[in-house]
Ligand binder design. Structure first.
Ligand code: 26Q
Length: 818
């Protein structure tokens, strides 16, 4: 049943249902006297879209009229999740939609369950972009998202015989009316070609990039409504289209297939999202994707700016471009090219404009994830941009030499181009030098950028670096995903928390009210039962909703240490079997997440978890106490089911490796207790929920560094900890893979002879002890529920609304237009 219907939908002449029926006939071209679920869904989508379009066009006109400064948020990834529920909620139309469907014998929940989700991102970075789009619309900012309309999103994960199998995600197979194609918004994008030189009237050397291949970028818009404020923004997703329908010459020469082939290869650019969230592969197609969407976006921005008839130096006063990671950083030389070669500005003017326009967010400190491209590839694909990068670098290094005369090594360390036989362009250096702001995504992460990763740049550009701790949208990550708790909150606090999350602090006064605690627990139980039903349906395993739901869902990565989790589970399993008389709190351990298709170790870990699950779940001695579940195809929708049903949120990365994490925020917001390392934003979560309401364990970032420096030998731990040794020896035998004793030898070897690069054994004991505390305290229901409430109460700061306010005031210098 829908909640907070208090705010009536905007007055409109016709009812939502009537419009949906109209659309079934006139837009879908289908009989609307016999309605199917599908027809109702698409009819509703179109009717909701109409309402958003009206607001959107009003808002766009207002930006123009008020001469607003605009934000361009450039991201190769967006992970919006399903649309229907969120859009209905934002517009206050949930009741109407519900009624319309009910009268025709359909259910909103069931229809939403069947809605497909666009997986146009890998994980944290893409989901953050979507949380931010939601907050920008809700705050009323003049902002645009820009990205790529991939035909295939992140692969669908199946588990076969315990192993990950990737399936294509053809999310557009049925088409989608949430996407508005704009076939007339079509810009050419060039690749390869030649740079010509000429002298202008003032005798200045000019450049002209010509020839090569042209591909067209076509706009597709997704509308993003603010929450009940009549504001609608958009995300523009570029789709690659062939420049010419056929290459005429080859067509005439009879090479019909050859000419079609060329058309197909042009469309390849927006075909598929790269499924790796680190270790960039250096593939030409990826660089093409990056330049393709950046060129189209810069073109769009310049076109809009030119309508204002202002001098060029006003470009950064009327616009700001936020680069989500270095992936779109080729925007910097692209804008330089436009200003120099097309608008004929001087280098100084053009560079001044760029440096005032761009801002860059870093999301990773993993050295292998820092993006670089070979000069060779850049020179070939984007010859003019490579020239510009050389010139940016030349001038930058000249400056560095001048200001740091006594540090002859500094220039080579900060150079945009590496030395050596195969020189590469460092995209992060390009982004730092070409921006006025560089930010990290949690306090610790920004500190690490300052101290280690970009230490040299801090001295060159001391004012450029700043922190913006990530946040998540309370609309999707509480109001939408946790209806029972939302009801309870609104009953006691009013509805204001949905857009002002700090209001949750008032919950602190309610922890001592017994009835409130009881209701809190009931909400949690309802959510856990719903998840238990899903597990039963998907995995065929019955789990006890009164057991501890301990959840680790995220991409599979060695630094995220899913291995640490499963090692502990194996030792629990051993203990129960050895001492069946000891009563134990029943536990359900839930995993989910995808591994990059080429990441062998991550796939081995998925296999290990599934093998352990099979063994543990079928053992009659342990199955009342211990269940291990791997949920296939973790995505935004599945997260929305898991987050409100979780008791213990596993955030156990090696300290210093997780830039921020945002899953940690979603779980704690919904009343889960965090079991985590002092890493990323876990530290800030602890500060706000209080040390007594979170389970922190293990080495901190400095201790990780110190231990490594002192010399860390995992064999010592192996020798001294007999419980852990038993677990490791089981992995290194055929215990979990009967007949195949070497299935996990790569894991065993990495942990021991490989030196355990992520310090799993070093943190093992502390992790086990933390789990013991959890099992002990969970039994004290009063205590646990209080802690749960205190978590939700302390999470106001982690709203993406707060983060977006900080970005607008601290970086973008833009204000809401409402
Ligand atoms: C780069 C080049 C070629 C191919 C792929 C990539 C690539 C793609 C995605 C590199 C990195 C990513 C994604 C990184 C990411 O998701 N980072 C996460 O960002 C979150 C939001 O700030 C943080 O909370 C996480 O800590 C961080 O891991």
């Amino acid at each position: 049943k829908p909640l907070d219907e208090s705010e009536a939908p905007e007055a409109r002449n016709s009812a939502l249902g009537e419009d949906a029926l109209w659309h079934v006939l006139y837009s879908l071209g289908q009989d609307n006297t016999h309605l199917t679920e599908r027809k109702c869904y698409w009819g509703l989508v179109l009717a909701v879209r109409d309402r958003m379009l009206e607001k959107w066009s009003e808002v766009q006109r207002r930006y123009y009229k008020n001469d607003d400064k605009r934000l361009y948020y450039l991201s190769l990834e967006f992970l919006p999740g399903k649309f229907l529920r969120g859009n209905l909620l934002a517009l206050g139309l949930e009741n109407e939609a519900h009624e319309f469907l009910r009268e025709r014998g359909f259910s909103l929940d069931e229809i939403i369950a069947k809605e497909c989700e666009p997986g146009l991102g890998n994980g944290g970075l893409g989901r953050l972009a979507s949380c931010y789009m939601d907050s920008m619309a809700t705050y009323g900012l003049p902002a645009y998202g820009y990205g790529i309309r991939y035909s295939y999103g992140l692969f669908r994960q199946e588990i076969r015989n315990g192993q990950q199998v990737e399936q294509p995600d053809n999310w557009l197979h049925e088409g989608t009316h949430w996407l508005i194609p704009r076939p007339y918004k079509l810009y050419p994008v060039r690749f390869y070609g030649t740079v010509y030189e000429w002298l202008d009237d003032n005798g200045i050397l000019r450049h002209d990039w010509r020839g090569g291949d042209l591909v067209m970028a076509m706009a597709n818009d997704v509308l993003v409504p603010g929450y009940r404020n009549g504001h609608v923004n958009s995300v523009r997703l570029w789709e690659a289209r062939p420049h010419k329908e056929f290459v005429l010459s080859s067509f005439n020469a009879g090479d019909y297939i050859g000419s079609v082939q060329e058309k197909i290869s042009d469309e390849n650019i927006s075909m598929v999202l790269y499924p790796s969230d680190d270790a960039p592969e250096g593939k030409t197609l990826r660089l093409k994707q990056q330049y393709f969407f950046v060129a189209a976006t810069m073109h769009d921005m310049v076109r809009r700016f030119k309508k204002l008839n202002k001098p060029w130096d006003q470009l950064p006063e009327k616009n700001v471009v936020q680069l989500n990671e270095t992936h779109p950083s080729i925007a910097i030389p692209e804008l330089m090219r436009i200003l120099l070669d097309e608008e004929l500005l001087s280098w100084e003017e053009a560079w001044y404009i760029c440096q005032k326009l761009f801002a860059y967010t870093n999301h990773t400190v993993l050295p292998e994830a820092l993006e670089t491209w070979t000069v060779e590839l850049m020179e070939q694909l984007l010859p003019r941009h490579m020239q510009i990068i050389y010139e940016i670098n030349r001038r930058f290094l000249e400056d560095v030499r001048l200001h740091f005369r006594d540090e002859p090594d500094l220039p080579s360390r900060v150079s945009l181009i590496t030395a050596g036989p195969e020189p590469r362009v460092r995209m992060s250096h390009l982004a730092i030098v070409g921006s006025f702001s560089v930010n990290g995504v949690s306090a610790l992460h920004t500190q690490i950028l300052r101290d280690r990763v970009f230490h040299d740049f801090i001295r060159i550009f001391p004012d450029r670096f700043n922190n913006k701790t990530n946040g998540v949208t309370p609309r999707r990550w509480l109001r939408q995903c946790n209806v029972p708790l939302s009801w309870l909150l609104s009953e006691h606090l009013g509805c204001g928390w949905v857009t002002d999350l700090n209001q949750l602090e008032k919950l602190r006064e309610l922890v001592d009210v017994e009835e409130f605690r009881h209701d809190w627990e009931q909400c949690r139980l309802t959510n856990k039962k719903r998840l238990a039903d899903y597990i039963e349906k998907m995995n065929g395993i019955t789990v006890n909703p009164h057991s501890i739901f301990d959840v680790q869902v995220k991409r599979f990565h060695e630094y995220k240490r899913q291995l640490l989790n499963i090692l502990h589970i194996i030792s629990l399993y051993n203990n129960i079997r050895k001492k069946p008389e000891v009563k134990m709190q029943p536990c359900t351990f839930i995993f989910g997440g995808k591994a990059a298709p080429s990441y062998r170790m991550a796939k081995d870990i998925i296999y290990l978890i599934n093998c352990v699950a099979r063994r543990v779940n079928s053992d009659p001695h342990t199955r009342n106490f211990l269940k291990v579940i791997f949920l296939a195809n973790y995505n935004v929708s599945l997260a929305q089911l898991l987050v409100p049903a979780t008791d213990v949120s596993e955030q156990i990365s090696t300290a210093g490796y997780e830039a921020s994490g945002t899953g940690n925020m979603k779980f704690a917001l919904n009343g889960a207790l965090t079991l985590g390392t002092r890493d990323g934003s876990n530290i800030e979560i602890a500060e706000r929920v209080g040390d007594g309401n979170i389970y922190l364990f293990g080495l901190c970032e400095q201790e990780v560094i110190d231990l490594r420096r002192r010399g860390y030998d995992p064999w010592d731990i192996y020798k001294n900890d007999s419980e852990l040794r038993e677990v490791l020896d089981m992995i290194n035998s055929d215990q979990f893979t009967p007949g195949d004793p070497t299935a996990f030898s790569s894991i065993f070897n990495s942990l021991l002879s490989g030196g355990d690069p992520f310090m799993i054994l070093a943190d093992y004991r502390a992790y086990v002890e933390a789990h013991k505390r959890i099992a002990h305290e969970y039994v004290d229901r009063e205590l646990w529920i209080k802690k749960s409430i205190m978590n939700t109460a302390g999470m106001g700061f982690f709203s993406s609304d707060r983060a977006i306010k900080e970005y607008s005031e601290g970086i973008w210098d833009i204000a809401p237009d409402v």
